[in-house]
Design a protein around this ligand. Structure first.
Ligand code: ZN
Ligand code: ZN
Length: 372
């Protein structure tokens, strides 16, 4: 490939593993931008993607600097810091026209002017290789559509901003867009990892008066308190732990239950648990993207309860990312405290292991700028 750049990347093997190896990322064409990555957040979906059809350049959260731009790219310039976003609404399909751009029907790949069959964006061992969510951020360089990028202010640390594009957007957006938390509302958050803590912050920003955080870990509850939870309750390993938590929630909500309850545990067994915490007519939201069968006692749905499984916090990039950036500037949204550990790309396995064991709120891969 002419004008291709060599890029160290993590590539999945489709069987739960990956290799760190050199790839070639071609120069941007019409509507495309090549980005030099600064940092990339590690997400549970990255671990799941190790089983997807591969090989695949891993990673779908990140921030970096524009390295080169293709023809017909306006409003962007080489050297600018940018956030990468994996959901790119087309603006024309039925979901987009109904303000559901995050559910857009159209392919979100690279621009149609440069079909990857004729001109693969990335080569690995002389073969074309796909990039996770068309981003593939666990890589020194990536090639993306210009519309996948949001400009970042120069003063923002990219090893903190890099987590905005997935977990933070999902949590904050689920509170503000999907649940429409209002001033004075009561909110329960089950599971205080990266997504759950983002829900806590979103609910606080929306003006919720009572935010009850539930988790098994004391340190997670402490973090939730520091980010806006007004009450915490430790879930024990007892069989009736959820019922005990629900009873406590009712005490804190005048016997009714909360207006909204969010599940963000990553455990599909708890998919219906938020129904136990809400009042009649309240909203239960399941943010773990649960797979598999779960049974539920139908009285948990009584009466007029709504059950939502929001995708990506209803993300509308042009509307939502500027808001998140403004809230960071105003000190309302704390992403710095959510990045609890940084790793180099060759330590990706350790980053995944720490994520699976719950050691981090968010682990972040930082790229070696000297070698770039
Ligand atoms: Zn993610
Ligand atoms: Zn669309």
């Amino acid at each position: 490939m002419t004008d291709a750049i060599s890029s160290l990347a993590a590539i999945s093997d489709s069987h739960g593993g990956f290799v760190i190896d050199n790839t070639q990322v071609r120069a941007p064409k019409h509507g495309e931008v090549r980005v030099r990555m600064a940092a990339a957040g590690v997400c549970h979906t990255d671990h799941q993607s190790l089983q997807w059809d591969g090989p695949l350049v891993l990673g779908h959260e990140g921030a970096g600097w524009i390295e080169s731009i293709g023809p017909n790219v306006t409003d962007l310039a080489v050297g600018q810091p940018v956030l990468l976003n994996w959901a790119i609404p087309c603006g024309h399909c039925l979901p987009c026209q109904h303000a559901h751009g995050h559910l857009c029907d159209r392919t979100q790949g690279l621009s149609p002017e440069s079909p990857s069959v004729d001109s693969p964006h990335t080569l690995w061992r002389h073969q074309a290789v796909r990039r996770s969510f068309n981003l593939g951020t666990f890589s020194q360089y990536t090639l993306v559509r210009a519309s996948a990028l949001t400009r970042l202010p120069e003063h923002l640390a990219l090893d903190e901003a890099c987590i905005l594009g997935c977990g933070v957007m999902t949590g904050v957006g689920s509170a503000i867009q999907s649940a429409q938390v209002q001033h004075g509302d009561t909110v329960v958050v089950l599971g205080c990892g990266g997504v759950g803590l983002s829900v806590v912050q979103g609910a606080r920003i929306a003006g919720a008066s009572t935010i009850i955080a539930l988790d098994k870990r004391i340190e997670s509850l402490d973090r939730a308190s520091s980010m806006g939870a007004t009450h915490t309750w430790r879930i024990t390993d007892d069989g009736d732990a959820l019922e005990a938590a629900a009873a406590h929630v009712r005490i804190l909500t005048q016997g009714r239950g909360a207006d909204h309850a969010f599940e963000a545990t990553g455990s599909h067994r708890l998919a219906f648990a938020p129904l136990k915490f809400i009042r009649h007519g309240g909203t239960a939201l399941q943010l773990s993207g649960a797979h598999g069968e779960v049974s539920v006692a139908m009285p948990d749905f009584w009466w007029d309860k709504r059950y939502l499984t929001p995708l990506y916090g209803g993300c509308h990039p042009e509307r939502d990312f500027p808001k998140l950036l403004r809230w960071i500037d105003e000190g309302q949204l704390d992403v710095a405290s959510m990045v609890t550990r940084r790793y180099k790309l060759p330590q990706l396995q350790a980053a995944m292991n720490d994520m699976l064991s719950g050691r981090n709120i968010k682990g972040v891969i930082v790229f070696d700028q000297e070698s770039a």
